[in-house]
Write a protein that binds this ligand. Structure first.
Ligand SMILES: NS(=O)(=O)/N=C1/NCCO1
Ligand SMILES: [Zn+2]
Length: 265
């Protein structure tokens, strides 16, 4: 059974997570993520501006395995790499990006679209530098974060992703870190600018309800061999009994009293 998730919902408050070692559920949470995006229930917002990303590849610092995923982290001391537009009232600084994926190609994404699951999902995490001083502060606050979510499907080889895939063996173990620079993550965005947006939460601890989610409608494609390298990473540190890092996604959460807005009709 996947440590992160199983067929049922690991949402009873008493259920402790075998990897996170903490509660999986936020008691009283009213805007948790991920969710199933019901396309026909989404509301078109004609004045939703396009999402504008401007990333400086020189702000890329390193890549590391934090025991849930691998993170590519960016220097967030300036506004050199930001997202703006869309539902955002000001620019948000890029802090990191990471992925969620499955043990096989039948599941792995966190969000779903009319119950369709993708083999993986990419998250570009940004924080509201106009209202908060640090990322750590922002994750605890409403409107603290903006996360761009991109669905990943199996298909053609993704040329630009390969530079990242090639370095993954060097962060195979939990807590391992390696220098990684000059990478512009806009090469991982789909060409179509259509998106859904809704108010939600982090899908990993502390699960705080601080995220404006921007889910791109179109998936990007990667090939089998690239996804297989993701699955070769480990949840475990050097010397521990090896556990493959797979199924690192959170179960779907109830929509409750929320509306998903779309930038397209
Ligand atoms: N999967 S997620 O919601 O992006 N989770 C996090 N945690 C820290 C930053 O983003
Ligand atoms: Zn994520």
């Amino acid at each position: 059974v996947a440590p992160y998730c199983c067929g049922g919902r690991l949402n009873s408050p008493l259920m402790l997570h075998p990897i996170w070692k903490g509660p999986l559920d936020i008691p009283g949470g009213s805007r948790q993520s991920p969710i199933d995006i019901r396309v026909r229930d989404s509301v078109f917002h004609p004045n939703l501006a396009p999402i504008s990303t401007q990333y400086d590849p020189n702000t890329c610092l390193h890549i590391w395995n934090n025991g849930y995923s691998f993170l590519v982290e960016y220097d967030d001391c300036t506004n050199k790499s930001v997202v703006s537009g869309g539902p955002l009232e000001n620019p948000y600084r890029l802090k990191q990006f990471h992925f969620h994926w499955g043990a096989n190609n039948d599941w792995g994404s966190e969000h779903t679209v009319d119950s369709k699951v993708f083999p993986a999902e990419l998250h570009l995490v940004h924080w509201n530098c106009s209202r908060y001083r640090t990322f750590e502060e922002a994750i605890m606050e409403e409107n603290g974060l903006a996360v761009i979510g991109i669905f990943i499907k199996l298909g053609r080889h993704h040329e630009k992703l390969q530079k990242l895939v090639d370095i993954l063996p060097s962060v195979r173990y939990k807590e391992s870190l390696t220098e990684f620079n000059y990478f512009d993550p806009s090469c991982l965005l789909p060409t179509c600018s259509d998106y859904w947006t809704y108010s939600g939460s982090l899908t990993t601890p502390p699960l705080t309800e601080s995220v404006t989610w921007i889910m791109m409608k179109k998936p990007i494609e990667v090939d089998h061999s690239q996804l297989a390298v993701f699955r070769s990473l480990l949840y475990t540190a050097v010397g521990e009994e090896e556990k493959n890092m797979v199924d690192n996604f959170r179960p779907l959460q109830p929509l409750m009293n929320r509306t998903v807005h779309s930038s397209f009709e």
